[in-house]
Design a protein around this ligand. Structure first.
Ligand code: ZN
Length: 250
């Protein structure tokens, strides 16, 4: 799952975790039954807004699949692993809880892009890559997302491979190479911890313990991208160009 990096994220995720009745389907209400709406909102406001959001989201997904080297690489890696993506079947734009921008539903083997919180192409792209890493792990390994260590591992990999950029600190001239490395590791551990807490009913301590248990192994597993992608860098393009060397693109 991709946690929203907007303000109040901590609070929002914490609220979810404090409420023991909150489950996976509460984060992704579109996975449940159709929402009950008043005739007024159904006719005039909500319905229309949701439809506009959905269309915009689907166009952003389509553009990313056509243009983004990281998304194209993930599509190719999934295909060569025997789990080819059919855009209409495996990717769904839906309204979600504000705490998240994307999710992966292992039961339906479907990626959810949150049309209300992943409102621009940049967020759609990072959510797509993040969730495709979960899909890739689910395809390649015997992944059980109810097992907190398995969940921690795939969340570490998703945060590591695309979310935690450190280029800002480098250009700001404030970080030594050692500090950059540590900052990146901290970012990955923090993001994975928050993602675990948002999906599973575990305390922060349990989530941190699990992340610590599997961190070394999962942080160093860079398949199928082969490198950590930094923001505003050529990393995505380089990874895509190298994909054929790993057998991901013909
Ligand atoms: Zn995730």
């Amino acid at each position: 799952m991709t946690v929203n990096s907007e303000e109040n994220k901590e609070q929002s995720v914490q609220q979810k975790c404090d409420n023991t009745n909150v489950g996976y389907s509460d984060l992704y209400p579109g996975r449940k039954q159709a929402p009950i709406r008043s005739w007024w909102s159904k006719l005039f406001l909500e319905e229309k807004l949701e439809q506009i959001q959905k269309t915009k989201c689907e166009l952003n997904v389509y553009d990313c699949i056509k243009e983004s080297p990281a998304v194209k690489l993930m599509m190719a890696a999934l295909k060569s692993s025997g789990c080819e993506i059919d855009i209409g079947r495996h990717i769904s734009c839906e309204v979600c809880d504000k705490a998240v921008t994307g999710g992966y539903d292992p039961q339906l083997n479907q990626i959810i892009i949150c049309q209300n919180t992943a409102a621009d192409k940049g967020r759609v792209q990072s959510s797509l890559v993040h969730e495709m890493i979960h899909m890739f792990d689910y395809c390649r390994y015997n992944l059980n997302l109810k097992n907190v260590d398995h969940l921690a591992c795939t969340e570490i990999r998703a945060a590591n491979l695309c979310h935690c950029s450190f280029l800002g600190a480098v250009t700001g001239g404030t970080a030594s190479p050692f500090k950059i490395k540590q900052m990146h590791r901290n970012c990955v551990a923090d993001k994975a911890t928050r993602s675990i807490m948002a999906v599973q009913d575990v305390t922060k301590e349990e989530a941190i313990k699990s992340v610590t248990r599997v961190f070394h192994k999962c942080y160093n597993d860079l398949e199928p991208i082969g490198r950590r992608i930094r923001r505003n860098s050529e990393d995505m393009k380089k990874a895509y160009l190298e994909a054929s060397l790993y057998g991901y693109i013909d």
